[in-house]
Design a protein around this ligand. Structure first.
Ligand code: KG4
Ligand code: ZN
Length: 374
């Protein structure tokens, strides 16, 4: 791939907290799915630089991520992304204190590319290396930057323990975050993740990939009361999720609707009604979580949403309302830190480094790596 073909987005720098004393700089690398990204973050919560090379245009024509194409695209982009990240921060590798990269879970071809790049840099320079769990990147990034749903300019301090709704393309879990590397699973999906459900609905309607942002946009124009989709498990106790029933109901509704009736309004109402069902499932399961004895015992002060689905404005608003009703604070990462990005890996790298969790012997990247196994 030549340079002209690489569309790189400079996410810019952002200020964190002022503090005296020495700051620690971490270079973080993310490559577990379809974004090749790197960032430099410091221990005062400043993002010095942040570069994302999105492969979305390369996968769009296939309606989803093609792992082999993703791995190859990561190989072609990674050096340029890291070089630019250092350049934009005005730093050289000598100024970096810690190197971190996603070591799983994710598409193994892509994970290998980022992990080997980080290992190479650490070996060549003697810098400490941190193997970051991608899910922990999502889980901890609200401690780097977080806003409320209604005021994106606020920066909330998210302290342990907190109650986390982790909703991405690959995962859907409710967790108690007790500390770095300390996760307690409260509930999880029995089938699809929330992001996957958004992606499948979008594909069904022929709206494209990734589906979440498209369905979200359409939903804002539609009537959420027009169609009724099921709310699986919501009449049952517990905190687990199931989204495959909503998807089947959507398929059945689409199959029985004459093609001539599927106009723009139908699609908008369909998306709004589907999204309302997902939002209800999330708030129903979180309400149950608040009565779970593990959660009562931990007394989390903040309810947090993270992962790609945290970009959804209806999910953010509904969770903020639930938090308020439950006398809790609410926090969500800013929009550009919800979907996969290098800043969350740099931040999780820094938090792990401060906790003494550096790589002391060779680490094999893992396609599957639950947060409860850290
Ligand atoms: O966290 P992420 O970038 O990747 C994984 O680690 O899986 O999440 C990507 C997922 C996709 O399924 C995408 O459709 C969904 O997040 N997503 C959204 C929105 N933006 C992205 N889902 C609902 N509403 C959105 N606005
Ligand atoms: Zn992710």
């Amino acid at each position: 791939m030549n340079d002209e073909k690489i569309i790189i987005t400079d996410m810019g720098a952002s200020a964190g907290h002022e503090s005296s004393g020495k700051t620690t700089l971490c270079l973080g690398i993310e490559s577990s799915c379809d974004e090749t990204s790197a960032a430099i973050v410091d221990s005062n919560r400043n993002i010095l630089s942040h570069i994302i090379y999105s492969q979305i245009p390369e996968h769009q024509k296939y309606g989803g991520v093609v792992p082999e194409l993703a791995a190859r695209a990561h190989i072609l982009a990674i050096d340029e992304v890291i070089k630019l990240t250092l350049e934009r921060a005005g730093k050289t590798i000598d100024n970096i204190d810690v190197v971190a990269a996603t070591a799983g879970p994710g598409l193994i071809g892509g994970v290998l590319v980022g992990w080997m790049a980080a290992t190479g840099i650490a070996n060549a320079t003697g810098k400490p290396l941190v193997a970051v769990n991608h899910l922990e990147g999502h889980a901890l990034v609200p401690r780097l930057k977080a806003a409320s749903a209604s005021d994106s300019s606020t920066n909330i301090d998210v302290e342990f323990p907190y109650l986390l709704m982790l909703a991405s393309g690959g995962h859907c879990q409710i967790l108690l975050v007790h500390g770095v590397g300390k996760y307690e699973l409260v509930g999880q999906t029995l089938d699809d993740s929330a992001g996957e459900a958004f992606d499948k609905i979008s594909k069904m309607l022929g709206l494209g990939y990734p589906g979440g942002p498209i369905v979200d946009k359409r939903a804002q124009l539609g009537d959420k009361k027009r169609f009724h989709f099921p709310r699986p498990l919501c009449d049952k106790p517990g905190c687990d999720f199931s989204f495959s029933g909503i998807k089947t109901a959507a398929r059945m509704l689409l199959d029985k609707t004459p093609e001539s009736d599927i106009d723009e309004k139908f699609i908008n109402d369909f998306c709004a009604s589907f999204q309302a069902a997902v939002v209800d499932c999330i708030t129903n399961r979180l309400s149950n979580a608040l009565h779970d004895e593990r959660v009562i015992k931990a007394q989390p002060k903040t309810m947090v949403v993270a992962g790609g689905v945290a970009k959804n404005s209806a999910v953010r608003a509904a969770m903020e309302e639930l938090a308020k009703k439950s006398n809790m604070l609410f926090a969500a990462p800013p929009m550009n830190l919800c979907t996969d990005n290098g800043a969350m890996i740099a931040w999780a790298g820094l938090e792990n480094y401060k906790a003494g969790k550096i790589v002391r012997e060779p680490v094999a990247p893992r396609p599957r790596w639950p947060l409860t196994e850290l």
